[in-house]
Design a protein. Structure first.
Length: 288
């Protein structure tokens, strides 16, 4: 979990108890159980496949680290749809990587032909400026896989001169306030940043005692440890599926320094957004 408000959060400890339980389990574990455990651990490993211009692929962090000045990460279907509508353009961007992972909640593949509701994690690079990278991550990365994701993704990038922007959504019910959440003008944006991030943010900062969770928190914490300027824009919404209002809640970010030069024509973006949601509705109707 990431807070950066200055307080020390002490997690409950089961030290000693877990050791005893592990020792007991080890005694009772059969060779078949150990084999199953090894296979399951192997299955949960994350593979990051980077596609080079030559068409060859390199897996993991093999090869020379990329020079990256801007890394924009959209986590969740609505944040990914925002980038698809307002930033991504097939003429300007090229797919350079994909994440393959499996857990109880999702399974991805190495395909780049994805629907808005698919579970996927794709990396793009700006053709006119190869130091600008973008990631759409619509898959769930389990807690025990987050460190792998961080190491294998950021391990391929040089950290000097890197700036990270994270877009994410979460339920408005998670927002802690003295007011009733029923009166809040949902959806709304809040920002949380590392101390190295010196630029002006595009919305109010997240107040105490709120926290962020899962992969967005892991990325922000990683950037804090490595002293990388990073900002997380979290959209609190009461709609969990793809939603026009939630997607457009990110529009204030289009005026930010990091996204300003990447914005497509807004009128064309609106058409793409409508087409994206229509495709999603058609896909859902087929499988009802």
């Amino acid at each position: 979990m990431a807070t950066f408000f200055g307080e020390v959060v002490v997690a409950p400890s089961r030290a000693g108890v877990d050791d005893e339980e592990s020792a007991e389990e080890a005694c009772e574990e059969t060779p078949e159980d150990r084999e199953i455990r090894r296979e399951l651990k192997k299955k949960r490993e994350i593979d990051v496949l980077w596609t080079l211009k030559s068409g060859a692929s390199s897996e993991g962090s093999a090869g020379e680290a990329f020079v990256c000045s801007k890394f924009i990460i959209a986590m969740g279907h609505n944040a990914a749809a925002f980038l698809s509508s307002f930033i991504l353009d097939s003429v300007c961007w090229e797919v350079v990587g994909v994440v393959k992972l499996w857990n109880e909640w999702c399974r991805t593949s190495n395909t780049t032909n994805v629907l808005p509701t698919d579970s996927f994690c794709l990396f793009y690079r700006l053709i006119s400026d190869p130091t600008v990278f973008l990631c759409q991550c619509s898959c769930y990365v389990a807690e025990d896989q987050q460190f792998q994701w961080l190491e294998k993704v950021f391990g391929c990038m040089r950290k000097e001169g890197l700036q990270v922007t994270i877009l994410s959504t979460c339920p408005v019910a998670d927002y802690k306030t003295q007011e009733s959440t029923l009166t809040l003008p949902s959806p709304f944006l809040k920002a949380l940043k590392t101390k190295e991030f010196k630029e002006q943010v595009c919305c109010p900062l997240l107040e105490q005692p709120n926290i962020v969770r899962d992969l967005p928190a892991a990325v922000l914490s990683y950037c804090q440890v490595w002293q990388i300027p990073a900002v997380l824009y979290q959209c609190y919404t009461d709609v969990i599926k793809l939603d026009t209002v939630t997607i457009e809640a990110f529009k204030p970010l289009l005026s930010s320094k990091i996204l300003k030069s990447l914005v497509k024509d807004v009128s064309e973006s609106t058409k793409i957004l409508k087409k994206l949601l229509t495709t999603n509705e058609t896909h859902n109707n087929i499988y009802i």
